[in-house]
Design a protein around this ligand. Structure first.
Ligand SMILES: NC(=O)N[C@@H](CC(=O)O)C(=O)O
Ligand SMILES: [Zn+2]
Ligand SMILES: [Zn+2]
Length: 434
């Protein structure tokens, strides 16, 4: 089947493309880019006023499937991903059972291929049960398609174990992604340690609890040569460590989330709204400013949502008892367009690097570019669409986000995966075609 996308502004920093032109797609791949293209038969879409970019990838999401389907499942959360403009996500392994062996990798892949509204890349656990004590079956998981490894949700406490995961992952040319959290320092910490924890009378989660593990993992990266990716970095000093490691030439990358770029710990009010409870916690205004600087200067490699759906009744509890995490996959692009691009922190080209290009490189996924021969995974953006974040609009099973009510400008309207629409005119319309 042929598909023609006409009159959109095509934007792709990988090939230095920024112009209004047409894209002709056949059999899932881009075959031609040019002006006034014609085709004998097929579907034609006029996308005047829109921007087409390489399909967005969210390399840090919790699909909750298997085991926590009451929070979200592969169908609902990939639908949310498509709605947010994404063509692919990387699923975290903190499911039940934990994704620490090839059987679970296969389960997630198979279910995604049956009911998924976007591509699903699967990450496996570093250690069995995320317990930090015994290596997971990494080799077997790689053989079955696992793209990366992480114990997300927990830090690996034992430095020797962390070193072994890196020695092992390096043999398979896979990235070790780390949720950096020293349990001895963090304990039952609820919010950033400092003024915020004092004001609210909650246990503190100190910046050092994150920074010490980033420091250690950079040292282990130097020792093993394994690619180390720091997940959801939140502190100025943590980011500075990564900046220095990169300058040294180490294979280190990192990601930040929209919520850590837009919210700080002063926003957690006396109503103890648990939608602001997230791990790592919201930090200070100075940390937010440092993360934004890191977006602009290239220190940050990826924007990820850490989409963490929870049931309403779980969040509807005392702050200490509610689970950590917020949803984000349906608000990420709009938030970033409005506040990072709109406020001049970064340009659109850089946004495409952070949300589409770099995640694929980190996960060793096939390059997707707006050029002939590339897979036709594309995101269509309406840069002028004004909208208000509303619970009723979400495709996710969950609604635990503090961004409800925010007024945004810009969103995805259409998404193509392998040349087929998964979202059309703002409505999710189809699972991924095989
Ligand atoms: N980020 C969170 O606050 N929660 C995540 C786990 C994680 O990413 O660490 C979750 O699984 O709910
Ligand atoms: Zn985490
Ligand atoms: Zn996570």
């Amino acid at each position: 089947m042929a598909l023609m996308l006409k009159n959109a502004r095509l934007l792709d920093p990988q090939v230095g493309l920024d112009e209004v032109a047409d894209i002709l797609i056949r059999d899932g791949r881009i075959v031609e880019i040019g002006h006034d293209l014609e085709m004998p038969k097929g579907i034609e879409r006029d996308l005047s006023g829109k921007i087409i970019v390489p399909g967005l990838v969210d390399m840090h999401v919790h699909l909750r499937d298997p085991g926590f389907e009451y929070k979200g499942d592969i169908e609902s959360e990939t639908k949310a991903a498509a709605h947010g403009g994404f063509t692919a996500v990387c699923a975290m392994p903190n499911t039940n059972p934990v994704c620490d062996n090839a059987t679970i990798v296969e389960y997630v892949q198979r279910k995604a291929s049956e009911v998924g509204f976007c591509r699903v890349l699967v990450s496996g656990a570093l250690t069995q049960g995320l317990e930090g004590e015994v290596l997971s079956e990494m080799g077997d998981m790689v053989a079955h398609g696992a793209v990366a490894f992480t114990d997300d949700g927990r830090g690996v406490q034992d430095s020797g174990m962390m070193r072994r995961t890196m020695d092992y992952a390096k043999q398979f040319d896979r990235v070790v992604m780390c949720h950096c959290q020293d349990e001895g320092l963090v304990g039952a910490g609820q919010v950033n340690e400092g003024e915020c924890s004092t004001r609210l009378g909650l246990l503190g989660w100190p910046a050092e609890g994150e920074e010490l593990e980033i420091m250690r993992d950079i040292a282990l990266c130097r020792l093993t040569g394994c690619h180390f990716h720091a997940q959801h970095v939140t502190t100025a000093r943590g980011l500075e460590l990564i900046r220095a490691a990169k300058a040294e030439g180490l294979p280190v990358t990192c990601e930040v989330t929209p919520h850590h770029l837009l919210l700080d710990d002063s926003m957690i009010g006396e109503d103890y709204d648990t939608n602001y409870k997230v791990n790592p916690p919201l930090r200070t205004k100075a940390d937010v400013a440092a993360l934004r600087a890191g977006l602009a200067d290239g220190t940050v490699d990826a924007i990820v949502t850490d989409h963490a759906p929870h049931a309403t009744y779980e969040k509807d509890r005392e702050f200490e008892l509610a689970p950590f995490g917020m949803t984000g996959i349906e608000t990420s692009l709009g938030l970033m367009l409005t506040h990072m691009v709109g406020e001049g922190v970064i340009g659109l080209n850089r946004l495409v690097e952070l949300m589409a290009v770099n995640p694929r490189t980190i996960l060793r996924d096939e390059r997707v570019a707006i050029e002939p021969g590339s897979i036709a995974d594309l995101t269509v953006i309406d840069p002028d669409a004004e909208w208000t974040v509303a619970k009723d609009d979400f495709c996710s099973k969950a609604q635990n986000t503090p961004f409800v009510g925010w007024n945004l400008r810009g969103r995805a309207t259409d998404v193509f995966v392998g040349g087929y629409a998964t979202m059309e005119d703002g409505a999710v319309c189809s699972t991924v075609k095989k």
